[in-house]
Design a protein around this ligand. Structure first.
Ligand code: ZN
Length: 536
C-alpha cells in the first residue's frame, strides 16, 4: 500500500469508482464526492450496536445504513457489491475533543506523519510532498508529531532534513523544533536563532519574539494564505479519515487577532473559514463539530465575549457535515460563565490537569446546578488525569460526562486518567485525543496507551488502568454519541449515517505493538468514499 497520503490516492479511481471534480480551478486537492449506494459483504463488522453484534454484511443507501446482519445482502438488489475479504470493519471513529481546526490552519505545506515511526520514513514522507510545493515555500509539520513516536526517540536533524529539496519546519508537541539548511537560512535572515543541528529553542504555548515562537509567527505572517488554510484543512481531514476518524469535535484555540507564535493560538472568529468553504462546496471528507472557547475573567460578571456568543450564536446549528456545539474547552467566567451557559441551555466543557482543578470544576457546577439544573445539558469535563470516586459521583449525579484518552506522550508514573476506574464507575465516558497542539490525534496511538497503559516510548505510565480493545473502540464510537449529542453516529445499525472504516489489520487480534500501525483502507462517511487505498 502506498504509505503516502496524496491527492493521487484521494482522487484515484479505485474499485469503487471514486469520482472527483475540479471546481473553479481551485486547489489541486478539490474534489466533490457523491454518496454511493452499496452492499459490503464478507466483513468482520463490529457494529457497536446495543448488543455489540459482529456481522458480515451491511447495506448502505442514501448515505445511511439500510441494514446490517449476516443475511441482508439479498435486500441490496443489484447495488454495487464490495467484497471485504474478511477485513475488520468498525464504525467511523469519533474524536470528541481535538484541535483539528488549528491543524487545518497551519502555515506552509502542512504534512502530517502520525503514522510514521522512523526518521528515514519521515524524510520519505516529506520528499513525496516536494513536487507539489513551489520553490521557496516551506514544508511544515506543526503540532501533532513527537520525538517519542520515532524509533530513534528524536526528530530528524538538519543534515537528515537536507535530503528534502525545500525548506522544512517541524515543531513537535514533544521533542522540540527542527529545520534544514534552507529553512535555517530563511529563518536566520529574519532574526531566528537556529543551532547547527537545525534545532530551534522555545515555542509551545509561549508566544514571543524569539526562537520557535518567532519562527512560527513569521511563517504565519508570510505563508498562511487563505488558500493554504483551505488546502491544509482538507488535507488534515483526509489524512485522519485514512486513520479512521469520521467525526471531529474541535475544541477551539486561544484567541489571537494577529498571527501569533503560540502553537495553540489562532483567530477564533475566522479560523473556521476554510472548513466553511469546504462545507459549502460539499468537499468535507469528515464531519466537523466545534465548540467555542471562551476565557472571560472570572471576576467580570459582564462576561464580555461569552454573553455575546450566547446571545448571537446557536448551539448544534449547521448540517450533517459541519455543526456548532457548545462552549469549550474553556467556558471562562467562572461560576458567572457557567450560570450564563446553563441559563441559555448550552453544553459546557472545561478540562482539568490535576485533582485540585477537577474539584474546583465540580464544586462550581454544583453551585450552578442548585440554581439551574444542568441534568440534560451534557456538560463535560475532559482530560481528568486525577479524580476521586466522590468527585466523579457528584458530577455524575448532576448529569455530567468525562472524556479520556489524552495519553500517548505522557511521562511519569500513574499519570492517569484512571481509565479502568472511570469506565467501571458508569458515568458517561467517551474518548478524546485532545491532539493537534500538545499531543497526537492518531486514534490508534491513543488506543495503544489506553489498552497497554504505556506511552509511545513503551514506558509503563498508568499501572492497572487498562481497558480492553472492545471497550476502547466502544468509547471512541457508540459512547461518543452522548458527547456529540447525535444518536445516529457511532454505530452500524439501520437508520444511522453510513460512517465506517475498513481496517488494514484486525485491531482485535494483532499484538499490542501493532495497534499503533492500524490504518483504514476504506473510509466511508455518509455513504461517500473519502479514502480508498484500493487494496480491497
Ligand atoms: Zn483541548
Amino acid at each position: 500500500m502506498d504509505k503516502n497520503i496524496s491527492r493521487r490516492t484521494f482522487l484515484a479511481t479505485g474499485p469503487l469508482g471514486l469520482v472527483s471534480l475540479r471546481i473553479n480551478g481551485l486547489a489541486q486537492t478539490s474534489g466533490v464526492i457523491s454518496p454511493q449506494d452499496m452492499v459490503l459483504v464478507n466483513g468482520k463488522i463490529y457494529t457497536m450496536d446495543a448488543s455489540k453484534r459482529v456481522v458480515s454484511q451491511v447495506v448502505i443507501r442514501n448515505g445511511r445504513f439500510a441494514a446490517a446482519g449476516n443475511n441482508v445482502a439479498g435486500q441490496a438488489g443489484n447495488l454495487k457489491r464490495i467484497d471485504l475479504k474478511g477485513k475488520t470493519v468498525v464504525p467511523g471513529i469519533i474524536d470528541a475533543h481535538n484541535h483539528i481546526v488549528l491543524v487545518g490552519n497551519r502555515p506552509g505545506w502542512h504534512v502530517l506523519m502520525e503514522d510514521v515511526f522512523t526518521v528515514p520514513d519521515a524524510i520519505k514522507r516529506y520528499q513525496a510532498k516536494v513536487a507539489e510545493v513551489p520553490r521557496g515555500e516551506f514544508i511544515t509539520t506543526v503540532g501533532p508529531i513527537s520525538a517519542m513516536q520515532f524509533a530513534e526517540q528524536r526528530l530528524p536533524n538538519l543534515s537528515e532534513l537536507d535530503a528534502i529539496d525545500r525548506p522544512v519546519y517541524m515543531q513537535a508537541a514533544q521533542g522540540g523544533t527542527q529545520t534544514n539548511s534552507a529553512g535555517k537560512a530563511w529563518l536566520e535572515a529574519r532574526g531566528v536563532m537556529v543551532a547547527a543541528n537545525g534545532g530551534i529553542a522555545g515555542g509551545g504555548f509561549a508566544g514571543g519574539q524569539t526562537g520557535a515562537a518567532l519562527a512560527l509567527k513569521l511563517l504565519r505572517e508570510q505563508m498562511l494564505t487563505p488558500a493554504a488554510r483551505t488546502r491544509n484543512s482538507l488535507e488534515a481531514l483526509t489524512y485522519y479519515a485514512r486513520l479512521g476518524i469520521t467525526t471531529h469535535l474541535d475544541n477551539g484555540a486561544f484567541q489571537s487577532d494577529l498571527p501569533s507564535g503560540g502553537v495553540a493560538n489562532e483567530n477564533t472568529y475566522t479560523m473556521y473559514n476554510p472548513f466553511l468553504e469546504l462545507n459549502a462546496g460539499n468537499r468535507l471528507p469528515a464531519r466537523l463539530r466545534f465548540n467555542y472557547l471562551h476565557q472571560d475573567p472570572p471576576d467580570d460578571p459582564k462576561l464580555p465575549t461569552l454573553s455575546q456568543r450566547l446571545k448571537h450564536s446557536y448551539p448544534f446549528f449547521g448540517n450533517a457535515w459541519m455543526k456548532s456545539g457548545g462552549i469549550g474547552e474553556f467556558t471562562g467566567g467562572g461560576v458567572n460563565g457557567l450560570r450564563a451557559i446553563a441559563a441559555a441551555g448550552w453544553r459546557a466543557e472545561d478540562h482539568t490537569l490535576n485533582l485540585d482543578s477537577f474539584r474546583k470544576l465540580v464544586e462550581e457546577r454544583e453551585k450552578v446546578n442548585a440554581e439551574i439544573p444542568i441534568k440534560n445539558l451534557h456538560w463535560v469535563i475532559s482530560h481528568v488525569p486525577q479524580t476521586t470516586d466522590d468527585l466523579v459521583n457528584r458530577f455524575k449525579a448532576m448529569g455530567g460526562g468525562l472524556l479520556v484518552g489524552w495519553g500517548p506522550l505522557r511521562t511519569g508514573m500513574n499519570v492517569g486518567p484512571a481509565y479502568r476506574t472511570l469506565f467501571d464507575n458508569g458515568i458517561p465516558l467517551g474518548y478524546h485525543s485532545d491532539g493537534g497542539d500538545i499531543t497526537a490525534i492518531n486514534p490508534w496511538l491513543n488506543f495503544y496507551t489506553m489498552i497497554t497503559a504505556r506511552n509511545l516510548k513503551g514506558d509503563a505510565v498508568n499501572a492497572g488502568q487498562t481497558l480492553t480493545r472492545q471497550e476502547v473502540l466502544w468509547l471512541a464510537t457508540a459512547a461518543n454519541k452522548w458527547f456529540v449529542r447525535e444518536d445516529d453516529l457511532g454505530s452500524i445499525e439501520a437508520g444511522n449515517r453510513a460512517d465506517i472504516a475498513v481496517l488494514d489489520r484486525d485491531f482485535f487480534s494483532v499484538p499490542d505493538e501493532e495497534i499503533k500501525h492500524v490504518q483504514s483502507v476504506l473510509t466511508i462517511v455518509g455513504g461517500k468514499v473519502v479514502h480508498n487505498a484500493a487494496v480491497i
